[in-house]
Design a protein around this ligand. Structure first.
Ligand code: AMP
Length: 420
């Protein structure tokens, strides 16, 4: 299928060509016709699937067709997204796909002075991309009116919930015109999110791609068993491979991220950290240094990395394994995007073996073990997806989820067993 077959108008087709997009991704193929018909949409998709273009392209086309007055612009579209990084990236997508149209958008988010954002709003815009806190703030100051809104997009609804923004989202929804087209995107559908979707969507069409437990087929994965104390040498060793031109390295903590950067600097490898203790400017600078190739390694915590979108990112390195197995899927989804190939390397120490086992169970994949590297783990054995043969299990062979005699860690099913 081509974008042409999706009835995209020529100014947008030209912009997509300039972006190098040849074929629509599955979510784009499914969502674009639904959205062009003006229907509500429930999209189960994570970043990396081409989700942003799946809503940005039809929105631009619908607005362009309205031939609205250019002199007194009103906000017609609101896109609510949880992080500043995502907001900025969505803004960049609208700029790219809408480059041949005369529509205006702006991006507003917290953590920076509001002056220039207010000025952009006052100049008049058609499309507003916002994080919830700053949006409510500027609405309460009277800078934003949503009375002419016709399309509302809620992006990454499950992360809104994780990050504690769900009440803000609900408050925003109460301020929107009832008659509107609503697009709701979430990678996962926990009950609270399902409930929210039910309240804000009207007869939605459902589109689902790559569930959260599925790792992209284009990502080649491997694991190195290593002792915790040797991880920094192993990282330097792995980075000796000149094929790794850009690597996103994940740690569990902010302190851990800073420590990895220091170790890399000692080994003369350019690196910067991006995490919640850094100012918005420092984060933005680190991200653009990385995107522009001025630094080779970006070290990030999971929260800071949310929504980071780097074209052509070849390598993701899990320096530390996440506790929540779905996070692994999100992390490695940063590479191998939109059909490109990517490589995900995981370092697993003795203490992390259970978390790694949980990842294997979730993804149902066999992740090849790299043997013969210079820093092999001193502990025994590889991780398999069988339950651990430790003392407790041997003593309680009848352990079943839901049985009060069953150790707590077994309750709630296999996915959570032995969760720290
Ligand atoms: P997203 O899921 O919106 O975060 O998009 C992931 C990446 O895929 C972004 O870098 C987009 O520029 C890219 N992308 C989106 N749609 C296409 C397409 N049809 N062809 C090639 N790349 C695309």
């Amino acid at each position: 299928m081509t974008f042409n077959e999706l009835n995209i108008v020529s100014p947008i087709l030209k912009a997509l060509e300039a972006e190098g997009y040849k074929t629509p991704t599955p979510i784009q193929q499914q969502a674009i016709p639904i959205l062009l018909m003006g229907k509500d949409l429930l999209g189960c998709a994570q970043t990396g699937t081409g989700k942003t273009a799946a809503f940005a392209i039809p929105i631009l086309q619908l607005l362009d067709a309205q031939h609205a007055e250019r002199s007194h612009r009103h906000i017609k579209v609101l896109i609510l997204t949880p992080t500043r990084e995502l907001a900025i990236q969505i803004g960049e997508s609208f700029a790219a796909y809408g480059r041949n149209l005369r529509l205006k958008h702006t991006v507003i988010f917290g953590g920076v002075p509001q002056g220039s954002q207010v000025q952009a709003l006052q100049r008049g815009i058609d499309i507003l991309i916002a994080t919830p806190g700053r949006l409510l703030d500027l609405m309460s100051q009277g800078y934003i009116s949503l009375k002419d809104l016709s399309i509302f997009v809620l992006d990454e609804a499950d992360r809104m919930l994780d990050m504690g923004f769900i009440h803000d989202v609900k408050r925003v929804v109460t301020k929107l015109p009832v008659k509107r087209q609503t697009l709701f995107f979430s990678a996962t559908m926990p009950p609270e999110i399902q409930k929210l979707a039910n309240t804000i969507l009207v007869n939605p069409e459902k589109v689902e791609v790559t569930p959260a437990s599925t790792t992209a087929e284009t990502v080649t994965q491997s694991v190195y068993y290593v002792d915790k104390k040797d991880k920094k040498e192993l990282l330097t060793f792995v980075l000796k491979n000149p094929a790794i031109t850009m690597a996103l390295v994940f740690t569990r903590t902010k302190h851990g991220a800073d420590k990895v950067v220091k170790d890399l600097h000692k080994a003369n490898i350019t690196a910067e950290a991006i995490h919640g203790n850094k100012s918005q400017n420092a984060r933005q600078r680190a991200l653009s240094n990385f995107k522009d190739g001025r630094i080779r390694v970006l070290v990030a915590t999971d929260i800071a990395a949310r929504g980071i979108d780097v074209d052509n990112l070849s390598h993701v390195i899990n320096y530390e394994i996440p506790e929540v197995p779905e996070t692994y899927v999100h992390r490695i989804g940063r590479t191998g995007r939109a059909g490109a190939s990517g490589i995900a390397i995981t370092f697993c120490d003795e203490e992390e073996r259970q978390d790694f086992r949980n990842i294997l169970k979730l993804t149902g994949q066999v992740i090849p073990v790299v043997e013969g590297h210079p820093y092999p783990a001193s502990g025994s054995g590889k991780v398999t997806i069988n339950p651990p043969k430790n003392k407790e299990v041997v003593q309680r062979p009848n352990a079943v989820p839901g049985n009060s005699n069953t150790p707590k860690r077994w309750q709630g099913g296999n996915r959570n067993f032995n969760k720290r």
